[in-house]
Design a protein around this ligand. Structure first.
Ligand code: HEC
Ligand code: CU
Length: 385
């Protein structure tokens, strides 16, 4: 019986060790989220790799200590068992033993503190960055702003609601795809200045070893220098409300040339967009654009048919505000509704997008206000405020 218990114990121990060893070797830089990937990712930055190495070192130190302590304990219990007639020793205050069990753990802790401290110093070394990007958490999306470049955009979930609610089969990148990823160049030190707009979010990219709370009113810095181009996926890791699972982080790391081309294109787009603010938009253009904006930024809460969800998200179809004076309607989008999930869109949507979505809602579904809302109306509202 005892033999069998011993065999069982040792075989489960080897199984556990084998598992630890194989998951260590199998940890690839790509986080596929599969069950085979039990260990943390080794990642593609200095910070993630140093964190991984410290993690593995600590794990092995703990494993060795565990095996020694439990092995000794089980051996003693077995070899000196009562049924063999062994009498328990009875002694108090053994100076040698007491010193040993104080000094040895203290030494082990000191040995562990050295690599841990040097890793922490790397994590917080955010000086001398080549590029600064402001990352803002919103309910439920991310905003990226390239400081000093005049480039700023929202990165929102691209997975359709039909997939979420099972009306369509789930796609390959289900809940791990966005409208526009964050783009950074290889081999450059990129500093992320992370903050929140409404509640606390947390920006996490496992392969970068970056995970920072995005707290309203506070900036925290993190950095990454990635040497392998590719697409890296993370998510929000601070429970931030009903859409918490729907704000993935997608980062595309491009070669320097590709990055520069992308940035130049982004700046051109911003310039073209700015010139459309003064343009007189036709009703058809507004409806078409408005529907796109609505589906992307509003339908998640107010539903594609504008009927909302009773008791949670009000219906916009037939709403008094939507069908009322245009000023009040613009105001709710610019200012949001304090203390509710209806946030301010002043900083998230351009004047063109705002005008289009407002116009769309006033003339979609059963609503038929019949007036026209232009981007300049939004601009004038903002200026007057
Ligand atoms: C995160 C969920 C959410 C999103 C996204 C959202 N809303 Fe809302 N919206 C709300 C909630 C909640 C209210 C109710 C606020 C209150 O009065 O307490 C609301 C209220 C409104 C109202 C007032 C309706 C009424 O009759 O009281 C309008 C208009 C509106 N939203 C338009 C929009 C538009 C346009 C968008 C997209 C640009 C949008 N909302 C995106 C949650 C959301
Ligand atoms: Cu969040």
């Amino acid at each position: 019986m005892l033999k069998r218990a011993q065999a069982l114990f040792s075989s489960s121990l080897t199984a556990a060790m084998l598992m630890a060893a194989s998951s260590g070797a199998g940890a690839s830089s790509s986080n596929d989220g599969g069950l085979g990937n039990l260990n943390m990712a080794r990642g593609v930055t200095e910070v993630s790799q140093v964190a991984y190495d410290v993690h593995m070192l600590m794990m092995w130190i703990c494993t060795v200590i565990g095996v020694l302590v439990f092995g000794f304990m089980f051996y003693v219990m077995y070899a000196h068992r009562k049924s063999k007639g062994v009498e328990a020793a009875n002694f108090h205050e053994h100076l040698g033993v007491e010193i040993a069990w104080t000094v040895v753990p203290a030494l082990i802790l000191i040995v562990m503190a050295i690599p841990a401290t040097s890793a922490l110093l790397k994590v917080y070394d955010t000086d001398n960055a080549d590029i600064d990007i402001k990352v803002t958490g919103y309910q439920w999306k991310w905003q990226y702003e390239y400081l000093g470049e005049g480039v700023k955009y929202m990165s929102e979930l691209r997975t359709s609601l039909d997939e979420v609610y099972g009306r369509e089969p789930k796609g390959e990148h289900y809940l791990r795809e966005v409208t526009e990823p964050l783009v950074i160049p290889v081999d450059k030190k990129v500093r992320f200045l992370i903050t929140g707009n409404d509640v606390i979010h947390s920006w996490w990219v496992p392969d970068f070893g970056v995970k920072r709370d995005a707290v309203p009113g506070l900036f925290t810095a993190a950095w990454a220098r990635v040497n392998t181009p590719g697409t890296y996926v993370g998510e929000c890791t601070e429970l931030c409300g009903i859409g918490h699972a729907f704000m993935p982080v997608v980062v595309e790391v491009k070669t320097e040339d590709d990055y520069n081309a992308w940035l130049a294109n982004k700046k051109d787009q911003a310039a073209i967009y700015a010139s459309t603010v003064g343009k007189e938009w036709s009703v058809e253009e507004l409806m078409e654009k408005g529907q796109k904006v609505y589906m992307r930024s509003c339908a998640g809460c107010h539903q594609p048919d504008g009927n909302g969800i009773a008791g949670v998200f009000p219906a916009l179809n037939g709403s008094a505000i939507v069908n009322g004076p245009v000023k009040g309607h613009i105001a709710i989008l610019i200012n949001g509704v304090a203390g509710s999930a209806m946030q301010s869109f002043a900083d998230q949507l351009s004047e063109v997008d705002l005008a289009a979505v407002i116009h769309y809602k006033r003339n979609a579904w059963d609503n038929a206000v019949g007036d026209v809302v232009q981007p300049v109306d939004i601009l004038n509202f903002k200026i007057a405020q």
